[in-house]
Design a protein around this ligand. Structure first.
Ligand code: PLP
Length: 296
């Protein structure tokens, strides 16, 4: 039985030397064996970038969008540009190597490598997805938490790397613990000047009448692959789509609201800061059916 698989990149970037001269671009290795050096800057500084890609019936979903975002995040951190052909091969190889399951994921990690070595480290790890049926069906409770940055932080202070999917996710984990302390499941970040941003690992999507609305991608948030695909789905169904500056009251008053992300897909928000709000079961089912069935 092969439940997990690991493809190790020999040369994660064409701009840096390979780890082994003349070896294949990636190699399937034992996922339970040690492969990362303890001085790797990804480990010691969180200095790297990652993606989590959902896999439906063996096929990586939104792969092109994820790889583009990996490259964008790497550029923000001034990492050597990932060789996207090698990464695509590694992602597909890892996804293919595990025993078939309806839903899985591949996590890609690109780090700056061992300090002074000049060769980035990269891998793609595949595993079955957790069971998110309850979150998709029954919904989640969120609390709004101040992120502490203004909504224009990406423009005023690009060195804070807001909007890059860096490995420094300790804050994104800490806020989940804070949410649990407040009897909630997840958070919606709000800028210090009062605009809705995103979830801890997801984008916020609202339905207002016949339009799906999400906070603008220039707000120092991650441009979501799931949100992008759901805008395409909405357009197919004749719904409008919009990127907007939104306030907390817009979340309370929306006809429906979701946190959307790869793997968990569309989780309807059923409570905000302790106040129940309606969920749209039928539309949520349609969103998740679409997301689970994507073949690319
Ligand atoms: N925002 C943040 C901070 C995230 O970490 C993620 C995904 O992990 C998302 C949004 C959603 O992105 P995607 O839909 O591409 O998974």
């Amino acid at each position: 039985m092969t439940t997990t698989a690991l493809a190790l990149l020999n040369q994660p970037s064409a701009e840096a030397p390979p780890h082994r001269e003349g070896a294949a671009p990636w190699e399937l290795v034992d996922p339970d064996a040690p492969h990362v050096r303890i001085l790797d800057l990804g480990v010691t500084r969180g200095d790297g970038v990652f993606e989590t890609i959902s896999v439906g019936a063996g096929r990586p979903q939104a792969l092109v969008a994820h790889l583009k975002r990996l490259a964008r995040s790497a550029a923000s951190l001034e990492l050597p540009a990932p060789d996207l052909d090698a990464w695509e091969g590694a992602v597909r190889a890892a996804a293919d190597a595990i025993d078939p399951v309806p839903e899985a994921y591949v996590k890609t990690v690109l780090t700056r490598g061992v300090e002074g070595d000049g060769r980035p480290t990269g891998w793609a790890y595949a595993a079955p997805a957790d069971d998110f049926r309850a979150a998709r069906r029954d919904g989640i409770r969120v609390v709004m938490l101040d992120r502490g940055y203004r909504h224009d932080v990406a423009q005023t202070s690009p060195w804070l790397l807001q909007g890059a999917k860096s490995l420094s996710y300790a804050v994104n984990r800490a806020v989940i613990r804070e949410a649990k302390r407040r009897n909630a499941d997840d958070v919606v970040f709000v800028s210090s000047d009062g605009y809705l941003l995103e979830g801890s690992t997801s984008n916020l999507l609202l339905r207002v009448g016949d339009t799906l609305v999400t906070p603008g991608t220039h707000l120092g948030i991650l441009p979501g692959t799931t949100q992008g695909d759901l805008f395409a789905f909405a357009a197919q169904r004749g719904l409008g789509t919009d990127y907007a500056l939104l306030r907390p009251e817009d979340l309370h008053s929306a006809d429906a609201a979701w946190l959307v992300s790869s793997v968990r897909h569309a989780a309807p928000i059923r409570q905000v800061d302790g106040v129940d709000r309606p969920i749209d079961e039928e539309f949520t089912t349609a969103l998740n059916a679409y997301l689970v069935a994507r073949t690319e």
